[in-house]
Design a protein around this ligand. Structure first.
Ligand code: ARG
Length: 589
């Protein structure tokens, strides 16, 4: 049996029908035969709007075109004869034997029907990238969770992925941190909670320097000393970086996230000066008032030129600053050097950046400079919206500070523990803690990934920890249900003969299972893990529907075997799909 997806198989046959009904020349421009899952399962499993697209050029009503296409359609043993619905949709219902055969084949397929990409690439994914000694803000939470999910998905699809945590370990914040370290450090606090103490130092000095010009200058001087290689300052800087990194690693461990590299901004210090010289020599950068900038090349439309800005009724220069007049380098310079490194050392075909929307214009400029330098690699800025509090303003702590990821994670575990205690008080304490960790962390990740990444979403504990609705606990619970059947059965799934899919809920579940292979590759189109979440939610709902209607252990013979197979497959797909989201399910809860 062919392993091509159902939409592809139907579309190929429908294309043949289109050819039979009209000649090539009368096809509208850009015409393609799209086949998508049916919006209403009552009418069929898949549908196409080909007739609606063709009706104008054929000068016939869409319903008439649909009727002619259906007639010309060779269904073979793939599906029943198509039917026409609504204004002219053509509906297809897969034949029972094809559906059963394909579903049974999934049992022996460790990819669960997901094809490998035909065009494997080497992709460097830049995500998380918090700033050392500064609070890790909510934007970093989104980047961390999204970037990890894209990494897992791209790897599973067969791409080579290199992950690089481009931490901000050389920013201007170090001037402040150095001064605070020397003048305000509390050694006992530092020993007890290094990350907390660093954060306190940063917050205190940041507050003070706002109203104290001379302190601001002192901090600047500390920064200059660091940049010029002062031994004492370098040593303090090293300690701060290593303390912060320890704290970050504990967070990533809880999140089950790892990086291949931690090439922070400081890794490029030595590359910046020669890079600027090269850009000057190549005529890409220009000196301007003592600084070095990259300006518009005046070629494109001003509206899409990232080096121009419309201000005071005119287009003005909006240069990419790569060296300040005091000789200092910038975030932009480091990013240019980072691109070079990734292309040279990792042989990247694609560079993906998972960074919040406020940095859009930085990346527009960065990518435009890359193009001018002749870089042809794929460059993607994968941005996202904000996380809001219940008041629909930026999420803050009660005292008004930025919310720390570490605090979010411990609160998640505590709250999940309460949910578990209510649901299943009989479990022993260790198991409760493990489950609470999986559910708590899983819920935070799922709340992020189930939204379109550009959506600003409200962070609400009650919603995300609910056992009902499109949530991690709902999906994990569905998985647990699939497992509990085999626990009651007393053995793991063995094997089964032919599947018998007679009940509508069995059919619907099998169809959903087979759509996993159609869903996963689509995640990378537009970078939308939310598509996978919606799919898993639909799968879990289809499973609940099946479970209510169809007794499993109380049925017999081939039907029982077949239903056990559906339970097993549902469990496997849920587990795998959650795994791509970075969520580890539990066996019971
Ligand atoms: N550290 C930066 C920030 O917190 C994010 C870095 C993103 N990556 C990059 N290559 N610029 O805003």
């Amino acid at each position: 049996m062919s392993t091509d997806s159902f939409p592809n198989l139907i579309s190929q046959r429908l294309q043949a029908a289109v050819k039979a009904v009209c000649d090539e020349a009368s096809l509208p421009e850009g015409f393609t035969v799209d086949v998508v899952p049916a919006t209403n399962p009552q009418f069929g499993d898949y549908q196409s709007n080909a007739a609606l697209q063709l009706s104008k050029s054929l000068r016939q009503s869409p319903r008439d075109v649909a009727a002619r296409l259906s007639e010309a359609f060779d269904a073979g043993d793939l599906c029943d004869p198509p039917t026409v619905a609504g204004p002219g949709f053509i509906n297809f219902r897969l034949s029972a034997s094809v559906l059963a055969g394909r579903t049974a084949a999934l049992l022996g397929d460790d990819r669960l029907g997901v094809p490998r990409t035909e065009h494997p690439k080497t992709i460097v994914i830049d995500f998380s990238a918090p700033n050392i000694a500064k609070p890790m803000h909510v934007g970093h939470i989104r980047s961390t969770i999204l970037g990890d999910c894209l990494t897992r998905t791209a790897r599973f699809l067969g791409h080579t992925v290199v992950t690089d945590n481009h931490i901000g370990d050389w920013g201007t914040q170090f001037g402040m941190v150095l001064w605070a370290w020397k003048n305000l450090r509390d050694d006992a606090a530092l020993a007890a909670d290094p990350v907390g103490e660093l954060l306190r130092l940063y917050r205190v000095v940041n507050e003070r320097q706002k109203s104290d010009d001379s302190l601001r200058d002192t901090c600047k001087a500390e920064l200059v000393k660091l940049q010029q290689g002062d031994t004492e300052n370098l040593e303090i800087w090293r300690q701060c970086v290593s303390l912060s990194r320890g704290g970050l690693e504990r967070i990533y461990e809880q999140l089950d996230i790892t990086f291949d590299h931690w090439l922070g901004e400081s890794a490029y210090n030595g590359a910046l000066s020669p890079l600027v010289d090269r850009l000057l020599a190549e005529g890409i950068a220009t000196a301007s008032d003592g600084a070095i900038c990259i300006f518009s090349d005046g070629r494109g439309d001003p509206k899409s030129d990232p080096f121009l800005i419309f201000r005071d009724d005119a287009w003005q220069a909006n240069p990419f600053l790569i060296r300040k007049s005091d000789g200092g380098f910038l975030y932009a310079t480091t990013d240019l050097a980072t691109v070079d490194h990734r292309l040279r050392e990792f042989h990247a075909d694609a560079l993906w950046y998972v960074v919040g929307a406020p940095q859009q214009s930085h990346f527009d400029q960065l990518f435009a400079v890359c193009r001018r330098r002749g870089i042809t690699a794929e460059l993607e800025f994968i941005s996202f919206g904000s996380i809001l509090g219940k008041d629909r303003k930026m999420l803050r702590t009660r005292s008004g500070e930025t919310v720390q990821l570490a605090d979010v994670l411990s609160e998640a575990r505590e709250r999940a523990l309460k949910v578990i205690e209510e649901k299943n008080p009989g479990l022993d304490d260790d198991e409760k803690t493990d489950i609470a960790r999986a559910i708590g962390i899983g819920s935070v990740k799922y709340a992020e990934l189930s939204q379109h990444r550009m959506t600003d979403y409200v962070f609400d504990w009650d919603t995300m920890l609910s056992l009902k609705g499109n949530t991690a606990p709902y999906l994990i619970n569905a998985y647990v249900r699939t497992r509990s059947i085999f626990r009651r059965l007393g053995t793991d799934f063995q094997s089964c003969g032919e599947l018998v899919l007679t009940e509508p809920t069995e059919r619907a579940l099998a169809l959903k299972l087979l759509q996993y292979g159609e869903t996963v590759p689509g995640i990378l189109t537009g970078f939308r893990p939310n598509l996978l979440c919606s799919y898993l939610f639909e799968l879990a709902s289809a499973y609940h529907g099946f479970f209510e209607e169809c007794p499993v252990l109380r049925s017999e013979g081939a039907i029982r075997e077949s239903r056990l197979a559906l339970c097993e497959l549902t469990g496997r797909v849920l587990r795998h799909g959650l795994g791509l989201l970075g969520i580890q399910p539990v066996e019971r809860m």
